[in-house]
Design a protein around this ligand. Structure first.
Ligand SMILES: NC(=O)c1ccc[n+]([C@@H]2O[C@H](COP(=O)([O-])OP(=O)(O)OC[C@H]3O[C@@H](n4cnc5c(N)ncnc54)[C@H](OP(=O)(O)O)[C@@H]3O)[C@@H](O)[C@H]2O)c1
Length: 326
């Protein structure tokens, strides 16, 4: 086993758990830095005994961050939030926290830093999330110029927040809702466009960026092989959950008004900033290199999504399928 050590901030999250497993399989010693160390212990069996360690850390605390990167050969920052709340603002998480990680990595003589941004990161974006992702990239590059920046589109996989959210909607509600500004039944009324990318492809690309200096200072856009409208996505969910729900396209204005109230739930279902982000969609610009550079042929959503949306199927459908298979 190689002695190389990687510190992963946010290693217990959706993408992080795949990355921990993937890097452990490639022989890395993995140090997972998250706030809630207890909740991250499930990661330990992802490697051999002693290969994965967990250090309770917040990226907002420069002293803890410095301790977490001490002795590491590589550092990955996966910390991100979808809405700001209390002290966990976009600025604190995506900009100041990212700068803390990059400065500590530079000071510790870390060789490789990978920073997870997002497709659509743009200082001029109407979305504060996207603005803060752009400011985070700038902060990271100024503290650690050879950092590699990854900008994925919406990421899909068993624990994702995107397809699963629509799956839950299909399970619990009589209709699945998507947002559009034109007639939802017209060909152009499918709403914003997305190019979802498989989590397995994202972590394979990320793992490769840690090998050698070839990816130093580069920014990559990670997108899947197909562009879907919001309506395509809810149709996939409706089919795969076998719920046969009504598909309802509602105007963004309605979404904005609903979000004003929904943002105050303990875990907001929708915030006004998320509506602005959803309206923009998430499709590759083609201006940055992508998965092809890593020799990865991207996985389509249709191959993977059915494997985990089946949990939202009606029970009798699952039983019927089992009986048919006898
Ligand atoms: N998922 C997507 O579709 C998608 C798309 C584009 C970009 N991204 C970006 O990819 C990154 C990872 O996304 P994800 O979906 O895996 O996120 P996630 O599931 O929400 O995971 C976030 C991780 O960060 C940790 N964390 C939160 N606050 C922290 C803090 N202050 N200090 C240290 N750790 C902290 C969390 O653990 P604790 O709560 O225990 O600290 C968790 O391990 C994010 O930057 C996100 O913006 C994701």
């Amino acid at each position: 086993m190689t002695e190389k050590l990687v510190t992963i901030f946010g290693g217990s999250g959706f993408i992080g758990r795949y990355l921990v497993r993937h890097l452990a399989a490639r022989g890395w010693r993995v140090r997972v830095a998250v706030r809630d160390g207890e909740m991250a212990t499930f990661l330990k069996p992802s490697g051999n005994v002693g290969q994965i360690s967990i250090v309770p850390t917040s990226i907002t605390d420069p002293v803890c961050v410095a301790a977490a990167v001490h002795g590491a050969d590589a550092v990955v920052n996966l910390v991100g939030v979808l809405y700001g709340r209390g002290r966990r603002t976009f600025q604190a998480m995506h900009v100041d926290g990212a700068a803390n990680v990059a400065k500590a990595a530079a000071a510790a003589g870390v060789k490789r830093l990978v920073h997870m941004s997002a497709l659509g990161a743009d200082a001029e974006s109407p979305s504060i999330y996207a603005q803060s992702k752009a400011a985070g990239e700038v902060a990271v590059q100024s503290a650690f110029p050879s950092a590699t920046i990854l900008r994925p589109s919406v990421v899909f996989g068993t624990e994702d927040g995107f397809f699963n959210m629509f799956g839950r909607m299909a399970q619990l509600l009589p209709a699945i809702v998507f947002f559009t500004n034109s007639n939802p039944h017209a060909p152009e009324g499918g709403g914003a466009k997305f190019q979802p990318v498989y989590v397995g492809d994202v972590v394979e690309a990320l793992a490769q960026t840690l090998d050698g200096e070839g990816h130093a200072g580069k920014t990559y856009e990670l997108v899947g092989p197909r562009v879907y409208s919001m309506r395509d996505i809810v149709n996939i969910v409706n089919r795969e959950t076998m719920r046969n729900r009504m598909i309802v396209g509602v105007p963004y204005l309605f979404a904005q008004v609903a979000a004003v109230f929904l943002q105050f739930l303990p875990k907001p279902l929708l915030t006004p900033d998320q509506v602005r982000l959803l309206k923009l969609g998430s499709v590759g610009t083609g201006r940055k290199p992508g998965l092809a550079v890593f020799g990865i042929s991207p996985t389509t959503a249709e191959v993977v999504v059915p494997t985990y949306l089946k949990r939202f199927k009606p029970l009798q459908q699952t039983k019927k399928l089992r009986l048919q298979a006898r």
